[in-house]
Design a protein around this ligand. Structure first.
Ligand code: S3P
Length: 455
């Protein structure tokens, strides 16, 4: 049984022949959440194509509906009729975000300044994650928070009669915190400013500008970004909004193609925004054969097709400054590192401890279960690869990996099992549906050997 009560779904990955084919990964999760949030808020009709239909994003759509947005599907597009900035309605029931940290935190920011109550609930994983990082700046703006579990879900917030604009320096590298404060600024009089000492993904800034918000970005002498938003302005629908493919999902077929001998896989339409491209950069440094083809623009974002061929990898030191640009990709980078010659060192990983699981501990445990040499530090991970010896077709594998309700732990270790001499089993594949519902079918289509495992 699952800690959430329902039955688990263990899956086993066994070594396969070379993977081959062309695939398209689902829409970017970060951009999909924001498309529902901003489309649902802006006056007029936004037509969204390429949206990720994962459980996380659907939960955000449901929340926006509960606050007055109209959302319907026409063919493969989503048609969103927004309420207009400042015009969200009080939700009648608790907003359930399931496993989704982005949905919960950004929506808290969005509704925080409204003079009504909203209750946030989530699954066991989300209920363990820290919300104080978003609630603290909201409190400074006048928002009241009621919860029994120390700034963890379930909790309720209630905005003041008139919220106060703030200038807020984000204390950790977090796009969610930056975004929550900016979204709170949308319904706050005056100018709300976020100071971001370390740049994180910039989808909120770019998309808010696209939806007509008055927002400026300046970088100071120390390299910190000052993002200033004029509150209570009009937001206008974007008639056609296209979501590019998710580089964090593309990461799984990319690493699988690199480590399964004989593979040649092309992944189409992958978002190449520099704040998301750290994994591809790192893998290329490791000697990966990744051709970046047909770079083009898609709705203001760079996208490209990536042709990936099995490669002999060598270990690298991944600098801590790169962490925000590949934060969700460390679990699968650790898998790639298991097949690289030498010891790969990943630094600056403290934020990994507060993701859908403690990803640093979960990755280390998964590597240990499969005979892969590694060292877990407070904020670093080293992985020592052995490609010619125990790696490819050697005695790596054979482990049962605990996924802790974490989709990326699940997919990363299934990718591991595609190349190891012995199969790898994960205890539960259900969470994969939060971000990449097509993962198993897509990987099987490329030639991977995935099967339901015994409970
Ligand atoms: C996200 C920001 C990151 C990332 C998450 C999506 C976003 O989280 O890990 O998957 O869409 O803003 P943090 O802000 O907590 O780093």
């Amino acid at each position: 049984m699952h800690e959430n009560g329902a039955a688990t779904r263990p899956v086993r990955a066994a070594r396969s022949g070379g993977l081959s084919g062309r695939v398209r990964v689902p829409g970017d999760k970060s951009i999909s959440h924001r498309a529902f949030l901003f489309g649902g808020l802006a006056a007029g009709t936004t037509r969204i194509t390429g949206l990720l239909e994962g459980e996380d994003v659907i939960a955000t759509g449901r929340a926006m509906r509960a606050m007055g947005a109209q959302i319907r599907k026409e063919g493969s597009a989503y048609i969103v009729e927004g309420v207009g900035n400042g015009c969200l309605l009080e939700p009648e029931a608790p907003l359930d975000f399931g496993n989704a940290g982005t949905g919960a935190r950004l929506t808290m920011g969005l509704v925080g300044p409204y003079d009504f109550g909203a209750t946030f609930v989530g699954d066991a994983s989300l209920s363990r994650r820290p919300m104080g990082r978003v609630l603290d700046p909201l409190r400074l703006m006048g928002v009241q928070v009621v919860g029994r579990s120390g700034d963890r879900l379930p909790l309720s917030i209630h905005g003041p009669r008139a919220s106060a604009p703030i200038t807020y320096r984000v204390p950790m590298a977090s796009a969610q915190v930056k975004s929550a404060v900016l979204l709170a600024g949308l319904n706050t009089p005056g100018i709300t400013t976020v100071i971001e000492p370390v740049m994180t993904r910039d989808h909120t800034e770019k998309m808010l500008q696209g939806f007509g918000a008055e927002l400026s970005v300046e970088t100071d002498g120390e390299g910190a970004r000052h993002i200033a938003l004029v509150g209570q302005g009009a937001l206008k629908a974007v008639p056609e909004f296209e979501v590019p493919g998710d580089p964090s999902s593309a990461a799984f077929p990319i690493v699988a193609a690199l480590i399964v001998p004989g593979s040649d896989v092309t992944i189409e339409n992958v978002l190449m925004n520099p704040t998301r491209a750290g994994l591809v950069e790192t893998l290329i440094e490791m000697g990966a054969s990744i051709e970046i083809l047909d770079r083009r623009d898609s709705g203001g974002e760079a996208v490209a097709d990536l042709r990936v061929r099995a490669s002999e990898l060598k270990a690298v030191d991944v600098p801590p400054e790169r962490a925000p640009f590949m934060i969700d990709e460390y679990p699968v980078l650790a898998v790639a590192a298991a097949f690289a010659e030498g010891t790969t060192r990943m630094n600056g990983l403290d934020e990994l401890r507060v993701k859908e699981s403690d990803r640093l501990a979960a990755v280390a445990a998964g590597l240990a279960a499969n005979g892969i040499r590694h060292e877990e530090g407070p904020d670093f991970l080293t992985v020592t690869g052995d490609p010619q010896g125990r790696g490819i077709s050697g005695d790596y594998g054979g482990g049962l990996v605990t996924t802790h309700l974490d989709h990326r732990i699940a997919m990363s270790f299934l990718v591991l099992g595609m190349a190891t001499g012995r199969p790898v089993t994960i205890d539960d594949a259900r969470m994969i549906a939060t971000s990449f519902p097509e993962f198993e079918a897509m990987m099987t289509g490329l030639g991977a050997d995935l099967s339901t495992a015994d409970r």
